[in-house]
Each structure stands twice: as C-alpha cells, then as structure tokens.
Ligand binder design. Structure first.
Ligand SMILES: Nc1ncnc2c1ncn2[C@@H]1O[C@H](COP(=O)(O)OP(=O)(O)OP(=O)(O)O)[C@@H](O)[C@H]1O
Ligand SMILES: [Mg+2]
Length: 409
C-alpha cells in the first residue's frame, strides 16, 4: 500500500506552513488547533454526560455494591435496587406509547438500621447528585423554616449548580414521619397539623416544574428564579414511624380476635413494619394523596446481635476498621477479640438504638486510650487488645515493647 503523506490538516484544511504543529499519521494528519478543539468538545461532553445515559442500572450489581457496606436488610435492598433501576429505565427511555408513571419510595423501619445509609450508598454508586434533608425543618411557604424549594436548592448545590444533572438526582427526605398530622400539636411558627407540609411536598414528589431561587436562599420578590423539572428526581422518604407498630398490631390482632374467641394475642413482632399497608400510614397521620405518591414501600428490619457483630467488623468501612486506623496513626495495633464484639453488640441491642449504639459503646471504651495514646507509645506500647471485660470497664490488655520499657527503667 502506498503511504499518503499529508501536508495539510484533514480537519480544517490548513497547510503545514499555516499552523504551529501538524501531527502526521500514516494515513491522516491533524493540526494543533483541531486537537484543541477536539479536547474541548470531549470536555463538554463529559459535563453533559449523565451516568444514566450509559448505565442502565443492573439491580443485582447495585445490590452487590450495597452488600459491601450495609449488613442484612436484604429485602429492603432488593426493593430499592429494583426501584432505582426502574426509575432509570423511566427517565432515560421515554416512550410515546407508554408513559411510565413516577414511582417514589417510602422507607420505614426502626432507628439506626440503615435507612439513611442505604440511600446514601445508592447515590454514591450511581454518581448522581444527592441531597439529604430533614422533614422536620420543612414548613409551608410563609412560615418560619425552610420552604420545600430549599430541598431542590440543596440538590442543585450538590450538582455544582448544574440544573440538568440535578434533575436526575436523588433526594432523601429523612424523618418523614414527623410531618404526620397531629391533632393536639399547636404552634404559631409551624403549620399546626403537618398536613400543610404534606400538601406542599405533594407536587414536587409527583413531578412538576418548580421554580427555585437561583441564589439558593429563601425566595423574595424580584429574585432570579430558575426552573427545575422534578419528574426525573427520585424521592426516597424515610422515617422510623415510632408507634406505627401499634397501629399494625391493633389491626392484625383485631382481625384475629374474631377467630380466636376473644383471646387477644399480643404478638410482639419487631419486624411488624413489614405488614404496613397504605391505610396504616394514613391512620398514622398522612393524607391519602401523599401516601398515594409512593408506589414502593420498603421496610428495614431490627438488627439482631449477629448482624450487629457483622456491622462492627465486616463492612468495607466498618467501625472497627476505622478505629484501628485511628490507633494505627499513633503506631498502636488495636485488636478486638470476638468476646468484645459480642459484648458491644449485646449492649447496643439492650439500648434499642440498633447500630447507632455501637459507636457510643466503642467510643466510651476507647476514650482513655485515645487520650493517653502518645504517652503510652513513648513508654513502648505497641498493641491494645480489647476483650469483653474491657467493654465493662476493666483495663484492656496492653502489650509493650520490652526494649523501650527496659531502657526507661
Ligand atoms: N445495616 C447496616 N449495616 C451497616 N451499618 C449500619 C447498618 N445500619 C446502621 N448502620 C450504621 O449505623 C449508622 C446509622 O444508620 P442510619 O443513619 O442509616 O440509620 P437510620 O435507619 O437512618 O436511622 P434513623 O431512623 O434514626 O434516621 C450508620 O452510619 C452505619 O454506621
Ligand atoms: Mg436516618
């Protein structure tokens, strides 16, 4: 094959003499200006490209990712993974024939079982803008507090101001149970019933074009507004729904009374949240329209002792690994034996705060050693072994480097 030697850029046509540099390949050539142009085009593309454009979310792969960080909660994980995958199918494959309806997710379950963590990890995996906000701070427009629009401002901020990216983000609204209607709760600064906030959230969750102040601050007349379509935003609302179990138990026991001849079996089922029906949530204090906006209800379960032990040591970023790293920075090898892990889990279980209690117990146990670490190292400390007695307050087993110790004598 004869080699074609080009003396001009094949993109812009400029000759070798008219450009700073001409890069000549076997069969083509390009000038420095055109290379620059291409680099810029690629950079622009990078900004506009959303992960969802390329990845259709495979629920099993997403679950594998969640498994690396979140222990247990298998059913919740599966439901969430499917919900997210469905959401991505919907926003990236609009069809003229079939309109896929927007489905948001309601996540219920006891405190400290991984609700917020699941939402956070999903957003991390998808690499989409993610905003967490607290429903307790939201008020109806005009009241003291944050308007619902402030939620979107947070999402836009998380997308570095890119509205298009924000419009495909995920919003996690925590403590949603706190906006349940409560008859006796009277306040002049916040809407009395919580119903107003539910109404205010309705439109946004359902999917609409909302106008938000571009400054990110509260609305005021004359401020610049920008529009964002919430149709492509996945809303996950989570809450501990304290007391919902009573409503569920009452309902399920009531139905069993008829059959069991007035013998009321008060079954204490820690995972009764799984039996939640939309009617229970309405009875809890939500308006039916609000409940209707959530096509998927996910429940997380109470964590048992063996799961709490796993949480301590297994996740990629587990608490034990974190503390070991902290001590490693002081050149101390920190070890927890199995009896210690079991004891921490048992104590956390007794506190009824699930995984939230674990950190407090470890922190309390390690506090004196963290305080004294550098002095202990100077005296030759190389290792601390925490066992079950250490958790109860007995000093941990400390291993010293004999050489340093002897030198100090
Ligand atoms: N299933 C789990 N696997 C691993 N770690 C967990 C799990 N559940 C909770 N944790 C740990 O406990 C912490 C608190 O959990 P998280 O914030 O997800 O609780 P929550 O269910 O949102 O509780 P709340 O209703 O009080 O907001 C997490 O940061 C994590 O360290
Ligand atoms: Mg939470």
């Amino acid at each position: 094959m004869t080699k074609i030697i080009n003396h001009s850029c094949q993109f812009c046509g400029k000759s070798k003499e008219d450009v700073e540099k001409l890069i000549v390949g076997d069969n083509a050539s390009i000038c420095n200006d055109c290379v620059h142009l291409c680099v810029n085009i690629l950079a622009d593309e990078k900004i506009k490209k959303f992960p969802g454009d390329k990845i259709s979310v495979n629920p099993t792969v997403l679950k594998d990712y969640l498994d690396e960080y979140v222990i247990g909660q298998d059913e919740a994980k599966i439901a969430l993974c499917v919900a997210v995958s469905q959401h991505f199918k919907r926003i990236y494959n609009p069809s003229k024939k079939i309109k896929l309806e927007k489905t948001n997710v309601l996540m219920l379950g006891p405190t400290g079982c991984g609700k917020t963590m699941l939402a956070r990890k999903i957003a991390e995996y998808l690499d989409v803008p993610f905003a967490i906000c607290d429903a307790t701070g939201i008020t109806e427009a005009g009241y003291v507090g944050d308007d619902v629009e402030s939620i979107l401002n947070r999402l836009i901020a998380s997308a570095d101001g890119d509205i298009d990216r924000a419009a495909r983000g995920i919003v996690y609204i925590d403590e949603i149970d706190k906006i349940a209607r409560k008859g006796e709760n009277v306040s002049i600064t916040r809407d009395v019933s919580g119903e107003g906030v539910q109404q205010a959230l309705l439109k946004m969750i359902e999917g609409t074009i909302m106008r938000v102040p571009s400054t990110g601050k509260r609305k005021h007349p004359g401020s610049d507004m920008q529009e964002i379509d919430t149709e492509g935003i996945l809303f996950i609302c989570g809450g501990a729904f304290v007391g919902l179990d009573k409503i569920i138990e009452e309902r399920t026991n009531k139905s069993s009374i008829g059959f069991t001849n007035h013998v009321k079996e008060q079954t204490e089922n820690p995972n009764c949240y799984r039996l939640t029906t939309p009617k229970d949530i309405i009875k809890y204090g939500f308006i039916p329209e609000f409940v209707g906006r959530f096509g998927i209800t996910v429940t997380v379960d109470e964590l048992d002792i063996s799961e709490l032990v796993k949480i301590l040591k297994e996740p990629k970023n587990s608490m034990i690994k974190q503390y070991q790293y902290i001590f490693e920075l002081d050149h101390i090898d920190l070890e927890f034996d199995n009896s210690a892990l079991q004891k921490i889990a048992e104590q956390a279980k007794a506190l009824k705060t699930n995984a939230r209690g674990l950190k407090n117990i470890i922190e309390k146990t390690l506090l004196p050693y963290q305080f004294d670490a550098q002095n202990l190292v100077a005296r030759g400390l190389t290792k601390i072994v925490v066992n079950k007695d250490t958790i109860d307050g007995t000093p941990a087993v400390m291993v010293f480097d004999k050489k340093v110790k002897n030198e100090q004598k």
